[in-house]
Design a protein around this ligand. Sequence first.
Ligand code: ATP
Length: 747
Amino acid sequence: MSGWGMPEVAAALPEIANEAVVASEAPTPTEAPAQGRNPQEHGWVAQNSYDYSAYMMTSKELAESRAAAAAEDAGLGLRVETGGDWASNAAVYEWNDEFGDVGPRHPELEKQLFGQDNHVKSGIKFENITSIEVHQEGNIRIDPIRKFEHAGLHPVMLENIKLAGYEVPTPIQQYCMPAIKLGHDIVACAQTGSGKTAAFLVPILSKLMGKAKKLTAPRPNPVTYQEGITPPVRAEPLVLIVCPSRELATQIFDEARRFCYRMMFRPCVVYGGGPIAEQVKQLQKGCDIIIGTPGRLVDFINRPAVLTLKRLKYMVIDEADEMLNSDWEAELKQIMSGGDQEEGSLNYMFFSATFPKGARDLAKEHLAHDHVRVRVGRAGSSHLNIKQEIVYVDPSMKLQAVEDLLLSTPPTRTIIFVNSKRAADELDDRLFNKSFPCVSIHSDRTQREREDCIRSFRLGKNPILIATGVSARGLDINNVMHVINYDLPSARFGGIEEYTHRIGRTGRIGNMGLATSFYNDRDVDLAENLTKTLLETHQVVPDFLQQYVPDGFTADGKGDIKTLKFEADSDYGDGDGNGDDNGGAALDDDADAGGWGTSDTPAASGWGVAPTEAPAAPAAPVEGDAQWGATQAFVPAAGGVPVNAATTAPVVPSQQFVGVSSVPFTMPPQGASATQGLAPVAPVAPVTPAAPVTPTAPAGLASSQFAASVSSWGVPSPAPSQPAAPSNGSVWEPPTAGEWGTAGSGW
Ligand SMILES: Nc1ncnc2c1ncn2[C@@H]1O[C@H](COP(=O)(O)OP(=O)(O)OP(=O)(O)O)[C@@H](O)[C@H]1O
């Protein structure tokens, strides 16, 4: 991959509209950070602890306190929730019966919906998204649109698209908009962060708009509505969107709130954990678009006085491969055909960034014969805007490694993935006690805690989020510049698909991002697919993965990526006359290359109503435990100096088996910190780097720009007999002048 220059990185770290968010009450970490290892000295904001007292409040007390918090957010130009509490109560455009076809503007709401930081803005590498080859399969071929203006959208929808800041449609949107307009069912696969939500929401709403008054169910007029007095109505939605996690459901709801602006469609969201009574109240005001997690949807489908699907016109299954895995089978069956919808008059749509063959076969059972199949790139592929670093970290060294990493990277919103709830709790504790502004989320947390956590991460109050993989899918948060796989997903639980979803939390919609994954000998089951993924996206393959580089590729990753075989190819075998057709900009005449993705077992379940998580990984041994180290365990001393655990003597460079070092990371220029709400990066004295490799500032960059913290994080097994060649990412090298990592350096 070509190097990223500092100007690009600086551009990827946008200007801060609102500088520092004042830390509420600085908590007292139980350990004082060691000299030079205080996160605040490295530009991270002070910690904001959870307000646990909020979880003990009555609903009334909570509503008051939330209203105050919402007012504070409003001051920052950020999202305001009416009712001041649950995400499901967020403001929607309320339609007055007096309106004609389109409602008048509402400046305050407009600011809330389309304001500065409420969703991810497209980045400077947008063309990397738009230039990916698009493949169509099956009998129906769609002529893509190249501009929103060519999609035959309702004028108010075009205005909303402008308000959202979208200029050109992404490839998946180019195909889905005309396909939906023509009335086809769809199965669609496109990279993370490539605008799949708008690809279905925009054309569906626009198409329904023409017949809105005829199609929508009667509802109370919001102007005269009085809670407890106005008789409630039954929700009779036209569109149902199912997705696997509560966070994703509320996020799609937010997108629906944007695109329903000035239209008569009223969106609602239902999800587990939130109070049913509140959600019922919303449904009873009328609901045309319902978004939900499977368990809660089934709950409501079983209450026909509250919800009926008899008017339904569109059913969208987002994160379809996840939803079609057996963990959700009963719920999905009931949602898809167990309500009172008329199957024949319904359009089904399946969307995901990964789509193993087993899931595609299941999806076909619901799709009309003449459905449209479109995929952007290979199903499950990642894109070039995410720089992927795989570093060897002995399990006993992970904590040290993650600290080093956080101290040597610019403070930016960072998501750290772990494989179990316990690991999330533990890592949160450890980092919090070292003064890192972190929060954590997993399925054992109450819904209130989950919403608070995401909110505080979104606002940049706590810009480090520790999460189990269940949060991987769909989360779309502005300026997440770094994803760290503290644990890599095991092949049994999500494997390479989950890896793709996790790293896809950064580098969205043309923005650039970095994904650092800690690899060790337990991750061998992922090694082959991981290596192919690195090669496919022109990333550096480190030494310890070289043995998985397929024939035809050189050690530095050169080779024909079309020859990379991922397990499953086109759904249409040879000889059926319906082969893969490339509808994208550049023709790819090798239909076998890439294909739809792997046919691995479906990914582990998300965290809707019946979450099942990957079982806890075997407990990591205590630091220095020889079991997980290779021939030597290097224990970095304070300040990151590697020492030999056995002797505690500093390691002499020529003796050491170099694992992977934390490579100094050039700090962005002042004022270009990535995280809204983060304190501006203060110039800090670099942590004194020491043997074995002394980072020297590349010419043209002041050494104070480095937050250097060099340590050794373990040794790959089998350990190389010689220090690894410095060309493949496993040994630290100073970045070349003006570059933020090159193909030859660690970062
Ligand atoms: N044409 C566009 N131009 C600019 N921004 C866009 C466009 N389409 C969508 N976006 C924005 O891009 C971001 C990512 O979109 P979205 O969440 O739909 O991605 P996705 O493909 O569903 O990703 P994932 O697979 O991770 O769920 C959103 O913030 C969305 O508002």
